[in-house]
Design a protein around this ligand. Structure first.
Ligand code: SF4
Length: 437
């Protein structure tokens, strides 16, 4: 999608830019490159992120494009955790990872809070037998509001979680019902209150602009309720309809090409209104999707990843990024668990980036922050993106997406709100066919 098409109605497809080169360019033929990296020694200053993937959910949301599993028994969950921990134990024996302590840890899914309190305690303890923990600066944990009863949040805080992210998405029970969300408004309030009582340093609230059934009044209510709740940061996604979602299947059954959600112009207007309201309450806009209270509530995992940190991802379908090589685990539970339990790397596909691709990846991801320091690229990567992209930046400046700034590459608010469609234009032609999974 180009910026000139971005006023279109919402049509099926992934527009959210998540990685470069796109996953469709990764292949099993490149897996030997992963082995080479794992046998090498890392650059000493490279931070390390540990990503732990929990693929279970109470039910599948209509808009979800992840491969998630519902209705799994506790013994199936147990087998999965065994596989994940065996994978981690084997991975950290590699010279590239041996002895390294993660700087940032992220539990994502799926729904990590689907696990019971005791499973969480066992998981944290087992991870800490395989990796040092003393240098961990942030432990982020995704949470579905209806899954955190009976002291689970206090357990998570006691285990060291510092950033709790609550998947609120909306407060209106009818909209939550239409979206197939498992939680309801009352659970949002009880989860938030319990999270504050537990004493998390950061509580983030996730919202989605443009859910099916959304209206101007409904969205304003969503903003007002979030402000009243008082989180430390808010993350707002613009609803899209990837091809592998239930909404898309329904669209196809009805032979309809346009999704039953608001158009892009309306979604951007709603996010703009939310950002203005949060800025009015003292928040700063930190990226195309986030507003946060202060520097101590910046999302360190994201900033580190987008500035070139190594990331070890464990679990089904997880992504790792090690020494400039991307690798993804098998995306199917059975394909993943068999090798992982046998102590073999459960890798599916990989992509080894050259020097040019490495700096472009960081540039494209950092565009989502809304500002880029060309000096950082010059001193760390020996390239000046302001020169490399001079003509495209000049055009986007003329179109109003990039601000006049002699020092920084800075997006205007209008540019920031459409950043995913702008990024597509910065992707080199050979990788532009798709940034879809
Ligand atoms: S809770 Fe999240 S991961 Fe689970 S089905 Fe819903 S959107 Fe997907």
């Amino acid at each position: 999608m180009t910026s000139s098409q971005s006023t279109d109605p919402t049509r099926a497809g992934n527009h959210f830019f998540s990685n470069y080169p796109a996953y469709s360019f990764w292949s099993a033929e490149q897996l030997p490159e992963v082995h080479k990296v794992l046998a090498s020694t890392p650059a000493s200053a490279t931070p390390l992120i540990l990503y732990v993937h929990i693929p279970f959910c109470r039910q599948r949301c209509e808009f979800c494009f992840y491969k998630v599993y519902t209705g799994k028994s506790s013994s199936e969950v147990r087998s999965y955790l065994d596989a994940l921990l065996t994978e981690l134990e084997a991975a950290v024996r590699a010279p590239y990872l041996q002895g390294r302590c993660p700087d940032y840890v992220y539990f994502g899914g799926g729904t990590p809070s689907y696990l019971s309190s005791d499973q969480l305690s066992e998981l944290f303890a087992a991870i800490q037998t395989h990796m040092g923990w003393d240098g961990v600066k942030e432990v982020a944990f995704e949470c579905e509001p209806g899954t955190v009863k009976e002291g689970k949040l206090q357990r998570l805080r006691d285990l060291g979680v510092t950033r709790l992210s609550l998947g609120v998405e909306h407060y209106d029970d009818e909209i939550l019902e239409i979206a197939g969300r498992a939680h309801r408004q009352s659970e949002i309030y009880s989860a938030f209150e319990a999270a504050r009582t537990a004493g998390f340093p950061q509580i983030n609230v996730d919202l989605i602009a443009g859910m099916v059934g959304e209206t101007d009044e409904g969205w304003q209510d969503c903003i007002d309720r979030t402000l009243a709740l008082g989180p430390d940061s808010v993350t707002i996604y613009q609803m899209e309809v990837p091809h592998n979602t239930t909404i898309y299947r329904r669209m196809k059954e009805g032979d309809d090409e346009v999704a039953p959600v608001a158009d892009w112009e309306t979604k951007r207007r709603w996010v703009a209104a939310a950002f203005e309201a949060f800025e009015g309450a003292g928040f700063k806009v930190g990226s195309a999707y986030t507003a946060y209270r202060g520097e101590d509530t910046r999302f360190m995992y994201r900033d580190s990843l987008w500035h070139g940190a190594d990331m070890l991802g464990v679990g089904v379908s997880s992504f790792s990024h090690l020494g400039g090589v991307h690798v993804q685990n098998h995306a199917d539970l059975e394909d993943y668990q068999a090798p992982a339990l046998a102590g073999e790397a459960p890798h599916w596909r990989a992509y080894a980036m050259n020097e040019d691709e490495r700096w472009r990846r960081m540039f494209l991801l950092q565009l989502k922050l809304g500002q880029i320091d060309p000096g950082w690229f010059a001193s760390n990567l020996g390239v000046n993106p302001a020169q490399e992209y001079a003509s495209l930046l000049a055009r986007h400046r003329a179109e109003g997406w990039v601000a006049e700034d002699a020092e920084m590459i800075r997006l205007t608010r209008a540019g920031l709100l459409r950043v995913d469609s702008l990024i597509a234009e910065y992707v080199p032609a050979e990788f532009r066919t798709s940034h879809v999974v």
